[in-house]
Design a protein around this ligand. Structure first.
Ligand code: PLP
Length: 390
C-alpha cells in the first residue's frame, strides 16, 4: 500500500503506545485508572441536550449553510462581545467541526510551502502535524517548568526568521494549564503584530481559568488588527461537549470566507443538531461554568498538595484547563530514561495511565488530567506516589 509522502512525514501520535499498553493490561483483567483524558467528566447542562432533542423533533436535520446557521454565528459573535467586550458580527465568525478543524483549516488557508509557524512548547499534540500537512514548518519555542511554561518576547525573537508567518498561542494551555497574564499576552501580541506575523490564538479552555487569574484572550487584539489576528474556540471543554464537535473562529471576513471555501469543499456544515445544541450553550445560562471552575480549582489544589511530597519533581501551579504537567526528569535513570518509559512503568506497576510529555514536545514531563472524581484522583496519585517513592 502506497501512502503519500505528505502523510509519511507526520509522526504517529506518541500517545498510541501508552493506549495500546492500557488496552493490553485491561485485556489481562488489570484495572487501569486513566488520568490521561482530555475532556470534562461532567455531562453538558440539561438545556443543551433539550435543544438537540427539539432539533430532531422539528426535523432540523438537513444540510445547513456551510459556515453555520446564522443564529449560531450571531451567538458566537455575541459570546466574544459578552466576554471580551468586542464588536463582532456574523461575518466575523464561522462554525467548524470542533476547534480541531478550525486549526487544521486555518493552516491550510494561511500557509504557503516553507512558511514557518512559531509554536510555544510544550504544545498541544496536533499543532506540528497540522502545520506540516499544510506544507508549513513548525518551529518550537521552548518554555520550562521553571518559567511556568510560558515563553517571552525574548524567546520568540530568537526563533524569528524571514520565513516566519504565524505565531500560535494557546492560553490556557494543553498540556501545562499555563495562563498568560494580560500584560504578558499584550507584550507578545504587540511584538508579533509589529513583526508582521499572523497570530492564531487557541482559546478552547478560556472558561476554565481559576481565580484570581482571568482569561487574557486576544479578541481585543483582533478588533484592533483584524487582518493579523484570529481566535479559535469551541464548545468541547467549557460546555462539556467534546463529542458534539462544534468549534468556531473569530476573524476577518476574508479569512472567514477562505475558511468557508475549504470547509465547503471538504466537510460542509457541522451537524445541524449539534449546531442547535451549541446555540443553546452559547446563549446561556452560564451557571454551570461557575460550578465547573470551582470544582476543577479544588481538584487541582488536591493534586498539587499530594504532589508537593514528590521529591525532585517540579510542577508549577497552573491557572487554567484541567492538566498538571510535572517535570519528572530528575527521576529518570538507566532503566527509565524518558517520559514514555516512565508512563509505561506507572501503568504496569501503579495501574495508572498518564500521557508522556514527549507527545507534547517535552520529554522531561508527564501530563496528568484532573478531570476525574476526587476519589479517583486521590487513589491514582496515591498509587503513583507508592511506585515513585517506595
Ligand atoms: N486545542 C486544544 C489546546 C485542545 O486541547 C483541543 C482538544 O483537546 C482542541 C484544540 C480541539 O478541540 P475540539 O474537541 O473542539 O476539536
Amino acid at each position: 500500500m502506497k501512502i503519500s509522502d505528505r502523510l509519511m512525514q507526520v509522526k504517529p501520535s506518541a500517545t498510541l503506545a501508552v493506549n495500546a499498553k492500557a488496552l493490553e493490561l485491561k485485556a489481562q483483567g488489570r484495572e487501569i485508572i486513566s488520568l490521561s483524558v482530555g475532556e470534562p467528566d461532567v455531562p453538558p447542562s440539561a438545556h443543551i441536550g433539550a435543544a438537540a432533542k427539539q432539533a430532531i423533533d422539528d426535523n432540523f436535520t438537513r444540510y445547513t449553510a456551510v459556515p453555520g446557521i446564522p443564529e449560531l454565528r450571531e451567538a458566537v459573535a455575541g459570546y466574544f462581545n459578552r466576554f471580551y467586550g468586542v464588536d463582532a458580527a456574523v461575518e466575523n465568525t464561522i462554525v467548524t467541526n470542533g476547534g480541531k478543524q478550525a486549526l487544521y483549516n486555518l493552516f491550510q488557508v494561511l500557509l504557503n510551502p516553507g512558511d514557518e509557524v512559531l509554536i510555544p512548547t510544550p504544545y498541544w499534540v496536533s499543532y506540528p502535524a497540522m502545520v506540516q500537512l499544510a506544507g508549513g514548518v513548525p518551529v518550537t519555542v521552548a518554555a520550562s517548568a521553571e518559567a511556568d511554561f510560558k515563553i517571552s518576547v525574548k524567546d520568540l525573537k530568537q526563533a524569528l526568521t524571514p520565513r516566519t508567518r504565524v505565531l500560535l498561542m494557546n492560553s490556557p494551555s494543553n498540556p501545562t494549564g499555563a495562563c498568560y497574564t494580560r500584560e504578558e499576552m499584550d507584550e507578545i501580541a504587540a511584538w508579533a503584530i509589529e513583526n508582521g506575523l499572523f497570530i492564531i490564538s487557541d482559546e478552547i479552555y478560556d472558561q476554565l481559568v481559576y481565580a484570581p487569574a482571568s482569561p487574557a484572550g486576544l479578541a481585543p487584539w483582533w478588533q484592533s488588527n483584524p487582518g493579523q489576528v484570529c481566535v479559535v474556540n469551541g464548545l468541547a471543554k467549557s460546555f462539556s461537549m467534546t463529542g458534539w464537535r462544534v468549534g468556531y473562529v473569530l476573524g476577518h471576513p476574508d479569512l472567514v470566507k477562505a475558511l468557508g471555501k475549504i470547509q465547503g469543499q471538504s466537510t460542509s456544515n457541522v451537524c445541524s443538531i449539534a449546531q442547535k445544541a451549541a446555540l443553546a450553550a452559547l446563549t446561556g445560562p452560564f451557571d454551570a461554568l461557575d460550578t465547573l471552575r470551582t470544582e476543577y480549582a479544588r481538584r487541582r489544589d488536591i493534586a498539587l498538595d499530594i504532589m508537593s511530597g514528590w521529591k525532585d519533581v517540579v510542577c508549577p501551579k497552573p491557572d487554567g484547563a484541567f492538566y498538571l504537567f510535572p517535570d519528572v526528569h530528575r527521576l529518570y535513570n538507566d532503566t527509565i530514561p524518558d517520559s514514555a518509559t516512565l508512563c509505561t512503568r506507572l501503568m504496569e506497576d501503579a495501574g495508572v495511565a498518564l500521557v508522556p510529555g514527549v507527545a507534547f514536545g517535552d520529554d522531561r514531563c508527564v501530563r496528568i488530567s484532573y478531570a476525574v472524581s476526587e476519589e479517583t484522583l486521590r487513589d491514582a496519585l496515591g498509587k503513583i506516589s507508592k511506585v515513585l517513592f517506595p
